[in-house]
Structure formats: structure tokens, C-alpha cells
Design a protein around this ligand. Structure first.
Ligand code: ADP
Length: 189
């Protein structure tokens, strides 16, 4: 199973991704977590990404593609993986397809959490109180992330629909409810 979880910031991707990955026994690869780890460790990558992330903008495609290329070459990805927060632009999706071709494989499904903007903003402001994430700390930055999503990422719905592997899930409700909707959808992939 090569899976992608998609959704605007605050849709609950991380929570549901952890569940899917453990259920399928595949690694959960969050590019946001990888970048935050790089920042924490003060690596060159972290230095390049920090200001961009703090402002709520997207990190460059080149940087992300390099990061992912290195990650999916690792042994634990042999039987599949779940991407969270990647791809986030159409060119990242193209790059992923060609990377996977080299491994003679392809994406099995994209699970997309669908949530309204107003709910997203209040969830993120709430999360910001204890997550310590600079990009969750104020409304303007949050709105910028949501607009980056609609300008650059939302197009991926069409991209994966064309490949017949887009699975939309209602992302509003209790965590458990959403998980069971995801379980339903997974049986179709
Ligand atoms: P969220 O979905 O809540 O915004 P993430 O942890 O997925 O959280 O991403 C946090 C930030 O990391 C993004 O706003 C962006 O700056 C950067 N980032 C993560 N993944 C990517 C990606 N695939 N392409 C570009 N930037 C990324």
C-alpha cells in the first residue's frame, strides 16, 4: 500500500495518519515533522526551511523532493508507506510519480480529509496554545497556510481523481468517527 493523506492544515491528518500507518504496518512519513526535526537539529536543511515555515509559506519543491527521495529509498519503505503533508504541489506529485516508477510501483490511494475553513482556523488556534508551533500562533499565518493550500495543493484532488485513486472523507466530527470513515474507504483501495 502506497498511500497519501491529504487535507488542509488543521484537518487532522497527523492523528489519522498515525492510525492508518500502524494498522497497515507502514511508515508514516510526515514532511512537516521531518522539517521540524531538521530545524531542531540545526541542520542546513532546517536553516533553509525555518523562516519559510514560520511565515506559513511552502518550502521549495526542490528541497522537499530531495528529502523525500532520500526517505523512500530506505528499507522500511519497501512494502509501502503513508505520506502526510506530501505531495503539496503539482510538481511534487509529478516528481513522486517518477520516483515511484524507478521502484516499479505507484500510488494506491489518496485519502483526503475534507473540512471547512472556519473549523480549521479555530482548531489551529486551539492547537497553537500548547503545540509550541510558531505557525499555529496567529490568525494571519494560519490564513496564509490555508490560502497556500487552496492555491497550490487543492489541485491534487483533480490530479489523483484522474488516476482513479482519490478517496474523499468527511473530516468533521469526533476523531473515532473520522477513523471509522477512513476504515470504510480503506476497504476500497
Ligand atoms: P500543516 O498541515 O498543519 O500545515 P505540516 O506539518 O504538514 O502542517 O507542515 C508545516 C509546514 O511545513 C508547511 O506550512 C510548510 O511550510 C512546510 N512543509 C511541509 N511539507 C511540505 C511540502 N511537501 N512542501 C512544501 N512545504 C512543506
Amino acid at each position: 500500500m502506497n498511500l497519501i493523506i491529504l487535507g488542509p492544515p488543521g484537518a487532522g491528518k497527523g492523528t489519522q495518519a498515525a492510525f492508518i500507518a500502524s494498522e497497515q504496518n507502514i511508515p508514516h512519513i510526515s514532511t512537516g515533522d521531518m522539517l521540524r526535526e531538521a530545524i531542531k537539529n540545526g541542520t542546513e536543511l532546517g536553516l533553509q526551511a525555518k523562516a519559510v515555515m514560520d511565515a506559513g509559506n511552502l518550502v521549495s519543491d526542490e528541497l522537499i523532493i530531495e528529502l523525500v527521495k532520500e526517505r523512500i529509498s530506505q528499507d522500511d519503505c519497501k512494502n509501502g508507506f503513508l505520506f502526510d503533508g506530501f505531495p503539496r504541489t503539482e510538481s511534487q506529485a509529478y516528481a513522486l510519480d517518477s520516483l515511484l516508477e524507478n521502484f516499479n510501483t505507484s500510488i494506491s490511494g489518496m485519502i483526503a480529509l475534507e473540512v471547512d475553513d472556519e473549523i480549521l482556523i479555530s482548531r489551529l488556534l486551539e492547537r497553537g496554545k500548547d503545540s509550541g508551533r510558531a505557525d499555529d500562533s496567529n490568525r494571519e499565518i494560519i490564513e496564509n497556510r490555508i490560502s497556500e493550500y487552496y492555491n497550490k495543493t487543492a489541485i491534487l484532488k483533480t490530479y489523483y481523481q484522474r488516476k482513479n485513486c482519490y478517496y474523499g472523507v468527511n473530516g468533521i466530527g469526533e476523531i473515532d468517527e473520522i477513523t471509522s470513515r477512513i476504515i470504510d474507504v480503506m476497504s476500497k483501495i
